[in-house]
Design a protein around this ligand. Structure first.
Ligand SMILES: [Fe+2]
Length: 509
């Protein structure tokens, strides 16, 4: 008998693989389905010069446990065209969506032309999916003068409406970077502005239900259908503030790693990721880089899976309070793990791109505050790890490093330096959050007063960031939702900044 793990791998491997005629006749799914199985929309991701991943996950009843699907495989066809009306089809194929992979489909399309738009859809059970827009990247090293991308993070479903996603979708950027907290695993009983599942997920069925609940949102679906995404995760895709094999609430690594394996599997099922990212047990390779001609290189980090154990916590009333302590400066500590750090250094040294965007989960700036808190869950708890990244940027003369971050539920723009008041080595833009609640105006005032390298901070407004890269400048616009607790609230420019080619540091634009 194959092990359960092998079964999962084989099942996931079906997606995108060539199928024998026998497999087709045994797939029940040629039959017509009463309800559309495309209740979770479509997505694309991981664009390359010759193709990208096309994704869907079948669900006839997204809000029910099991999403309305049976254990039977479902035959799915896909097609991709050069026009929005899908008349000039350039590739098509078929695959099976199987229950062992949560009825997800990941198609790696190849053979397309570089640097252009495409449109795609899926067909199953007598229904057509919505049409998604995607694109290939320019050829490696090709001279490119523009890239427009949006970045977003932290979309607690119960905390607000996805108005920011609707605005992001309307912009039709070339690319979307999602920087973590795609779902929140918490029970959230009776809290928030809209209903949410009560049980905290710990297994495949629970996480699948949670993702389906989020993905049923039409604005989130629109954002996925508008552009290819490159995603990473933070903690809430698994469990709050977890790190490596350590859960906050369950000290037994063996128990936690089982949960992590389920969470990673379901993350993969729900994201437009390549086969290289398919998890094996509790391990999943998520750090990677993507290029955009000679204009940009994007390094996406995983700051959760390989980090050393958390340190510098005081316990009061059973609650952990992050404090300052010498251990957080220990050079042996790494937020990325040794292998990922070495990989990042190699990527940065080899990059010939004009802009080097680091997609990661945090505010990278040191947060020593008069509020008495230290960001021990992020780079502050691994200060030597941050220093090594800054030193690589400086010593290898990496061209225009710009950090994009999430996690903290606030907008920040700041200069990154090795010492407070020292010369800026990189420039940082963080957040905000799509819906998760952030810092109050009074807390923000204290925070900015204690951190002079932060040039801008806003914690009460939800939203996302827009980045426009040219050969001369990186322009970042913080896009804010007037009130994310109300549906359809207006979205406007909150602040606009520029980084000039060859000059690290935030300037008002
Ligand atoms: Fe978050």
């Amino acid at each position: 008998m194959p092990s359960r793990r092998n079964l999962l791998i084989q099942a996931a491997g079906l997606a995108g693989a060539a199928l024998t005629p026998t497999a087709w006749t045994s797939a029940v799914a040629q039959t017509r389905m009463a309800d559309s199985p495309f209740g979770l929309g479509v997505a694309s991701g991981e664009p390359a010069p010759d193709g990208m991943v096309l994704w869907t996950r079948l669900a006839t009843k997204p809000r029910e446990m099991g999403a309305g699907m049976t254990s039977a495989p479902v035959a799915v066809r896909w097609e991709i065209a050069e026009d929005e009306g899908l008349t000039r089809i350039v590739a098509r194929g078929r695959t099976l969506a199987v229950a062992e992979a949560g009825h997800s489909v990941h198609i790696e399309v190849q053979g397309l032309k570089p640097g252009r738009e495409y449109w795609y859809r899926f067909l199953a059970g007598g229904h057509s999916s919505p049409v998604g827009r995607t694109r290939t990247t320019p050829a490696a090293g090709a001279e490119v003068d523009r890239l427009t991308l949006a970045y977003a993070s932290c979309q607690k479903y119960s905390a607000g409406f996805y108005t920011a996603h609707a605005a992001l979708a309307a912009e039709r950027p070339d690319l979307v970077l999602f920087l973590g907290d795609y779902i929140y695993e918490e029970a959230e009983k009776g809290k928030g502005v809209r209903p949410h599942p009560v049980e905290e997920p710990v297994d495949l069925a629970g996480y699948r239900h949670r993702y389906a609940w989020y993905k049923a949102d039409p604005h989130l679906q629109a954002a996925h259908a508008a552009a290819p995404w490159i995603v990473t995760w933070d903690d809430h895709e698994v469990a709050n503030d977890y790190g490596g094999d350590q859960d906050r609430t369950n000290p037994d690594p063996a128990v936690f790693l089982k949960r992590r394996a389920a969470a990673y599997q379901v993350f993969y099922e729900n994201m437009p990721l390549r086969r290289a990212q398919r998890p094996v047990g509790p391990d999943m390779l998520l750090y990677r880089s993507r290029g955009w001609g000679d204009l940009a290189q994007i390094q996406m980090l995983d700051t959760r899976q390989y980090r050393n154990r958390r340190t510098c916590d005081a316990v009061s009333d059973g609650k952990r309070i992050p404090i300052d302590c010498p251990e957080r400066l220990d050079p042996a500590r790494s937020l990325l793990g040794e292998r990922q750090e070495l990989w990042l250094q190699g990527e940065l040294r080899a990059s010939r791109a004009r802009w080097n965007l680091l997609g990661q989960q945090y505010l990278m700036e040191q947060l020593m505050t008069r509020l008495g808190m230290v960001g021990n869950d992020g780079w502050d708890g691994y200060a030597a790890s941050r220093r090594r990244v800054l030193e690589t940027w400086r010593d290898s003369k990496v061209s225009n490093p710009v950090v994009l971050g999430g996690d903290i539920h606030c907008f920040f723009a700041g200069d990154l330096a090795l010492e407070a008041g020292g010369p800026a080595i990189a420039t940082e833009f963080v957040g905000g959050s799509i819906s998760s609640l952030g810092a109050s105006a009074s807390d923000m005032k204290l925070l900015l007063a204690g951190n002079r390298q932060l040039k801008f901070g806003e914690g009460e407004t939800r939203g996302y960031g827009r980045v426009e890269l040219t050969r001369k400048a990186c322009t970042v616009t913080f896009r804010g939702v007037e009130n994310a607790l109300v549906e359809g609230s207006p979205v406007t420019d909150l602040a606009k900044f520029a980084v000039e080619d060859g000059q690290a540091g935030v300037k008002r634009a």
